[in-house]
Design a protein around this ligand. Structure first.
Ligand SMILES: Nc1ncnc2c1ncn2[C@@H]1O[C@H](COP(=O)(O)OP(=O)(O)OP(=O)(O)O)[C@@H](O)[C@H]1O
Length: 623
């Protein structure tokens, strides 16, 4: 598949990008976001006082011995007080923070899904559905996790700035060395993480490809078992897992080197800070300074805190790197250039007559070859039934998708009118697609049902005028001959449908899908039926067509048909050959005038003969 698996650019500062996106996606909750951040920072600022309070207590004891016990106890009680106050601020901050995270996650997922479902069909042709679902999940959950982990990052920020401030207050030179050392270590961490982001993006891409194959294997159990595809699938999956592991292995090595470097450097820095402080105090005997244990403890504790913060920052940076890579994984959805009008709801259109001219369409994958639809011209009228015929691959389904506005044509001219009233004349392909979407319903070839009750499956559609009325469900089921096989006891609408409706036969699936299509088609000027009855026996197929013709007597109906004996039920036949519409007229006229029609008729007769011979041979074998 020629997917849109574009490699996103590597951004220099994933953390800044994440904050930018968080701010953007938190729209409507920004006050809560800022409020939670202020509370979380406040809680950490209060905790910064703890080493100072403990140091004070030690200094009092050293200076005054037993006499200072009361004051020392006071400073220790203050430690407990600071901890309680910190929690009283931290708790509400966390609750607020997590609520914002939920809102952000939902907003990202909804926005991406809305975009995906508005993309033209050609985009979906090129991109695996499971890979796209993976992108939506990965992107929304990564920003959600980033949003709900603010307390960790803010704690790191406060603990980075706070101890440095405290060390500067204790001695400017000690503070200066701490700032320099920490900056140098952070710089090295960023360097490591840029390499890690690149590898994380590669791992994500490989994981998506792995998930797609896994979904193909699990979603097509019948073929997998019938065609003994399990081993080939497992071989492919193993290869795809290897593709995931290759960048992962490199990430593991880089990671270990990074942690080793950070740990050694931060411990070295802590020791240097204590040594520097002691040296600075001891080398100045003249002014009577004494090396106080409490002050040494403060330096050690603040140095330790900054060392721990360096480790935390290193961990955070790595998290930012993977979180941003995950968030970016949906950029192909987020930034795919698509005309914004595709996201707007279409306006309902109604016409009596519609002329399509000069229609050219080409599948992206086949750009080098000729167009799939080549200068197609069609004249359609409401109240008429058209049968679309042509050999396999001649372009019938593609034409229906263009007429339904699902594919945007390269060139097209649409002229629609309401009887005597001159109507719309549209030449811009995108406008034409929107116009067609507003007046047409395509009942597709694939009977895609969902794991839910029959009623929920029927409710899973909208006509051009909105949600179908539940009162119409029974009628739709009767028209599509579904009632013939539903259980007579209990509420038939509550019958359950399994994944891919595999608990139903192919013909039953097709009929339920048709019933849903009937509900969606109400009020459409043009109804397109892409072989929806292909799985039905001849008698049921003819009955279903009779029902549809009576129900939609006022609409223009085009049905793609393979069984040519059905043609007598239609007003006109449209003949397709290699993407061109070569003939349009009644069956009787085409029988006299069209060579292409005669060829298709002859091929159909030959196929019927072959099928009959096969049935006879099977019967003889059985005897
Ligand atoms: N998504 C796609 N990407 C690239 N080419 C495609 C795509 N879908 C169809 N085609 C090509 O377009 C041509 C027309 O296909 P289409 O499905 O419209 O034929 P059809 O007449 O409906 O065939 P059938 O009767 O077998 O369903 C074929 O050559 C097919 O290979």
């Amino acid at each position: 598949m020629d997917s849109d698996d574009a490699k996103p650019g590597i951004h220099r500062a994933p953390v800044l990008q994440l904050y930018r996106e968080l701010w953007f996606q938190a729209k409507g909750h920004r006050a809560a976001l800022l409020g939670s951040m202020l509370l979380l920072v406040g809680a950490q600022v209060v905790l910064l006082a703890v080493p100072y309070l403990v140091g004070k207590s030690l200094n009092v004891l050293q200076a005054r011995g037993n006499d200072g016990a009361g004051e020392a106890a006071f400073w220790l009680a203050a430690v407990l007080g600071a901890t309680i106050v910190s929690w009283l601020i931290h708790g509400p901050g966390r609750i607020l923070e997590r609520n914002v995270a939920l809102a952000v996650r939902q907003r990202v997922a909804t926005a991406l899904t809305q975009r995906l479902l508005a993309f033209p069909l050609s985009w979906h042709d090129r991109n695996h559905s499971v890979a796209s679902a993976h992108r939506v999940h990965q992107s929304s959950s990564s920003l959600g996790t980033f949003a709900e982990s603010q307390f960790i990052y803010l704690r790191s920020a406060v603990r980075l700035v706070g101890p440095i401030g405290a060390l500067i207050a204790i001695h400017p030179l000690v503070g200066g060395l701490a700032s320099f050392g920490l900056l140098a270590i952070c710089g090295a961490v960023v360097g490591f993480d840029r390499a890690i982001v690149r590898l994380a993006i590669r791992t994500n891409d490989a994981e998506r490809r792995y998930t797609s194959v896994l979904a193909d294997a699990l979603g097509n159990a019948t073929s997998v078992l019938a065609l003994r595809q399990a081993r080939p699938f497992i071989r492919t999956l193993q290869q795809r897992v290897e593709d995931v592991f290759e960048p992962l292995r490199r990430m593991i090595v880089i990671n270990e080197v990074k942690w080793c470097a950070v740990d050694v450097a931060s411990r070295l820095l802590s020791c240097c800070l204590v040594a520097l402080y002691a040296w600075l105090v001891l080398r100045a005997p003249g002014d009577g300074q004494k090396l106080m244990f409490g002050s040494v403890y403060m330096v050690w504790e603040y140095a330790l805190q900054s060392g721990a913060v360096v480790a935390a920052v290193a961990a955070n940076f790595q998290t930012f790197a993977t979180q941003y890579a995950n968030y970016q994984s949906a950029d192909v959805i987020r930034h795919h250039p698509v005309d914004e009008s595709l996201h707007e709801p279409v306006e309902t259109q109604s016409w009596q007559q519609c002329e399509i001219d000069g229609l050219v369409f080409r599948h992206v994958a086949g750009r080098d070859s000729g167009p799939t639809l080549d200068h197609v011209r069609l004249n359609l009228q409401r109240g008429k039934r058209y049968a679309l015929i042509g050999s396999s691959g001649s372009g019938k389904s593609t034409l229906m998708r263009v007429l339904a506005g699902l594919y945007v044509a390269e060139r097209i001219e649409v002229q629609a009118s309401n009887g005597a009233t001159a109507g719309a004349q549209i030449q811009a392909p995108l406008k034409a697609a929107r116009f067609l979407r507003g007046s047409t319903t395509l009942i597709p070839q694939e009977a895609e049902l969902f794991e839910a009750s029959l009623e929920q499956n029927l409710a899973m559609c909208e006509s051009l005028h909105g949600q179908p009325e539940p009162e119409g469900y029974h009628r739709a089921l009767e028209l599509a001959a579904v009632m013939d096989f539903l259980p007579t006891e209990g509420d038939p609408l509550q019958v359950s449908i399994g994944e891919h409706a595999s608990n139903w036969s192919g013909g039953q699936r097709a009929r339920v899908a048709l019933a849903r299509g009937i509900l969606a088609a109400r009020g459409s000027s043009l109804i397109l039926l892409d072989e929806p009855t292909a799985n039905l026996d001849t008698r049921t197929e003819a009955a279903v067509y009779r029902n549809l013709f009576a129900e939609f007597a006022d609409a223009c109906l085009i049905a793609s048909v393979h069984r040519l004996d059905l043609l007598r039920h239609f007003d006109e036949v449209l003949v397709m050959v290699d993407g061109r519409l070569v003939a349009q007229g009644s069956e009787a006229v085409l029988a006299q005038t069209s060579v292409d029609y005669a060829n298709l008729r002859a091929a159909s007769l030959r196929q019927n003969d072959a099928e009959e011979t096969a049935v006879e041979m099977a019967a003889e074998d059985a005897v």
